[in-house]
Design a protein around this ligand. Sequence first.
Ligand SMILES: Nc1ncnc2c1ncn2[C@@H]1O[C@H](COP(=O)(O)OP(=O)(O)OP(=O)(O)O)[C@@H](O)[C@H]1O
Ligand SMILES: Nc1nc2c(ncn2[C@@H]2O[C@H](COP(=O)(O)O)[C@@H](O)[C@H]2O)c(=O)[nH]1
Length: 195
Amino acid sequence: MYVMKDSEYMFVFTGPDGSGRKTVADAVAQTLGIRKVPGYATRKPRPGEVDGVDYHFISRTLYDQLEEDGEFLESIELRGNKYGIRDKDVARAFEKSGSVYLILNREGADILKEKYGDHCIRLFIYADRRTVEERQRALGLPDDVIQEHLSRYEYDMEYQSQCEHAFENYDLAHTVFDITNTLEKYLNRGLVDKD
Ligand SMILES: Nc1ncnc2c1ncn2[C@@H]1O[C@H](COP(=O)(O)OP(=O)(O)OP(=O)(O)O)[C@@H](O)[C@H]1O
Ligand SMILES: Nc1nc2c(ncn2[C@@H]2O[C@H](COP(=O)(O)O)[C@@H](O)[C@H]2O)c(=O)[nH]1
């Protein structure tokens, strides 16, 4: 497992599907110059998804092999598909930037918090149920996927109180501004610690 330096942070964006985690996280990261750690997924890419950017899309056979070899820092199964974060990808991302970000469900966020403690900061992004449904419909996600996501909505929302920070996401520019300000405090703290 990668051992973080005092100045390094792992920012985990979590919250209900469709709340805008990816959109918000990518915008904040671009401003702050922090690097994404894309996970591995055994499901098929959806229209618009890019291999290596949204996920590394791999076969179930390869995933099982990597898992057997102990390559994953955390791994979950959802709707018959496996998703996981590879330890060496975290290490590589930290080599290139002082802090990194990931987009995970609450189970993954819990695992990384357990492993990295104060250096894992969970950012809970949310919007009301109707809004997340509309956003997913507008994206053209299949109905069964939207229904499955919505079936977890209340359960996902309960995780808010356990996260270090929570942000509602309606006005995108406003959300990105607030999160950027919050993360800057951690990044500046890292610099102060270093000196
Ligand atoms: N503040 C916002 N206002 C309007 N639309 C938004 C806002 N934030 C995100 N969106 C849009 O909502 C849709 C879902 O966003 P995104 O994919 O970032 O969500 P997510 O939480 O990562 O969901 P999933 O895990 O299902 O992919 C996208 O089309 C995105 O452009
Ligand atoms: N714990 C983990 N959660 C992950 C990982 N990669 C993605 N996710 C989250 O799971 C669902 C997947 O939904 P899908 O619609 O993209 O199939 C979503 O909430 C992701 O954020 C991971 O490696 N570990």
